[in-house]
Design a protein around this ligand. Sequence first.
Ligand code: SF4
Length: 470
Amino acid sequence: MRPNNNSTALGPVQNSNSKLVERFFAHEDGTPLANAFTGKRRVHPSLGMEPVPQEEREQVWHAITARPRRGKSVAYLNVPFCEHHCLFCGFYQNAWRPQEGTRYVQAVIEHLKRDKDCSYQTEDPIHAVYFGGGTPTALEADDLVRLIEGVRAYLPLAPDCEITVEGRVHGFTADKTKAVFDAGANRVSLGVQSFDTALRRSLGRKKSREELIAFLETLLAMDKGAIIVDLLYGLPGQTLSTWDNDLRTAFEIGLDGVDVYSLKLITGTPLVRGIENGKFVPIAAAEHGNFYARAVELLDGARWKAISTTHWRRTTRERNLYNLLVKGGAQCLAFGAGAGGSLHGYSYMTSSKVEAFEGQIERGEIPVAHLMRQAPHSDLYNGVKAETELGRLNLKWLSAELNNRAGLDADLVLGPLFEQWQRAGLVVLSDDWVDFTVAGCYWQATITQCLLEWLEQNINQELEVYELIG
Ligand code: SF4
């Protein structure tokens, strides 16, 4: 591809779709970080999916679980309890009741054990396991250890399997951390959000900056696994100065990695209600990009390595394997209540109600509440997502895929879009690559969703034409 600002690098614009593609165009006002698109979009996992009718669900489930699993695979275990509903969070599921933890863990272990001899579970290695939620670290140490041991007993883990326990600092003691590492976890990911005490308190977080740093230093001193923290920008009351301090604190502590996320205002969360009743003043969405750009500048300046558009690592201990494999469409075995998985071209979700899940496990029933057939070209879409997650796209690969699947000419289909995104300051085109700028990385999810919708539309249109002409 030729980097050329005046004509389509992929070829001349002769696309009959030229009007249709314009709805994916970005604004060209010279302020891509702030204004490239009207609002951020997320990458929709259900693009092109179709639900399996209720009456076919059991039969389809038996068919896909009777086949050996192949290719890169991960496992996700959901612990759907939280001690508090964090103000900004849209993932809150159930209030944590300590007396229920052991029973729930036993049900998840039974879930792991049930198909321990089935080839979809036992064949081929699992490369990454993620304990998410919710708050896995709310579980008692003994229960967390039993869960990790259950995973190691009943799943064929690769020798270098990444095993992540996600959680909060609150309720996660040094002893519990040590127990988790000793049981076999090798990565702990903590939702810190900010080190700033005042900001933390305004979010209802109890630990002060000093307490938080002391705790993280204790974990790092164990030297048993990767310690990663999530930092959030766009919080009410946050400034570029407090954000700088958050990032510099991460450097000083010597964490293995940081994940940097933009605050999303999710309807129904306590934060949005607080904004509506005047308790919080949100930071304008157009300013969020400045926080992202500052993070890139500081992290790059400190020589941390970007391993995705939102993850940076300081040490090689951090691989971020689970996230990268899932984005790339790895098969995912899901355990526990409210867990999402994918297998042989189907996506599924286990029963989200804890009691319903436990009852199904007890009765030996299949705890699958939703089963969806993935789009016919989901492997292509996953390939695109895996690339854009890294802030790039290989044009040779994508051109060949479009040609092989639907006889499409990438010059015509993609040229106008990528050229426009280049003019808008989101990407830089070269012969074989689309590389995202800092603004492009900030808008990565929006760009990805636009691109996937555009590909889906063109592929379906072309295949319909083939069908019509026989
Ligand atoms: S941020 Fe984590 S701990 Fe807080 S409500 Fe959401 S899932 Fe629960």
